[in-house]
Ligand binder design. Sequence first.
Ligand code: UDP
Length: 278
Amino acid sequence: MLHFAGLKAVGESMLQPLRYWDVNVTGTLRLLEAMGRHGCQTLVFSSSATLYGTTDRVPIPETAPLQPINPYGYTKAAVERLLTDVAASATGWRIALLRYFNPVGAHPSGRLGEDPSGLPNNLFPFLCQVAAGRRPHLEVFGGDWPTPDGTGVRDYLHVMDLAEGHGRALEVLHAEPPQLLTLNLGSGRGHSVLDLVRTFETTTGLTVPYTVVDRRPGDSAVSVADPREAERRMGWRTRRSLADICRDGWAWQSTNPQGYRTNGLPLSQGLIQAQHVS
Ligand code: UDP
């Protein structure tokens, strides 16, 4: 079982904590009960590097302290705790907690990509929508961070690398005795906001207008995974570059400038069509 069904917007979680606890925590609890009833005891859970809080430790290993700073992060920590208890109950559960860093990009076909509702919270979909002419410019949150160019540094990984990480986690869980596997999924490389903008411009030949504004509350300067444990345990590492991410992300956005509502299909049919991409 691959469990992706969670809410993930930090700002929204501060405004609607009950909804976040309900969907993310109660939802997982109900899923575990249903799995138990049906004899399904293998689960890969989408966790998040947000658990590590605002630490600037570089790179971050799985053993770093967990110190979430918003309701979204607390719900991820609570589910990790819940799954740890379930795995420790020695009833044959095989569970992987995969802590995502910054997954971005799209399927290389350009038919399956990220379509946030409303104003995108995250850098990459926002940047793509600026490039597509849907938004006038990108706001860069802070130019005075203690990083080489003053903008925030993150560990961006291609969604296809992320997907392969899930495949490997399932294979390892099935091949080994029941266990709880806790792994970072990241590239181990840090890129600044301006690195991403420049790589996007070089890869697509477009210009992305931006302005530097104040820092966003709750942000940290640097967040980069130590991915060595994922390589050691599953033989997994990222294979795609920042340029691959930009090329594939733009393939999706340029083919679907208004998201799944384009190509003349209603939203539901657009989604069904996208789900048929292998
Ligand atoms: N960021 C930005 N402008 C935006 C969105 C994000 O400058 O419109 C920056 C943010 O401050 C951080 C990086 O881009 O340094 C990645 O932010 P994102 O929200 O994508 O992921 P996070 O690491 O916060 O989960």
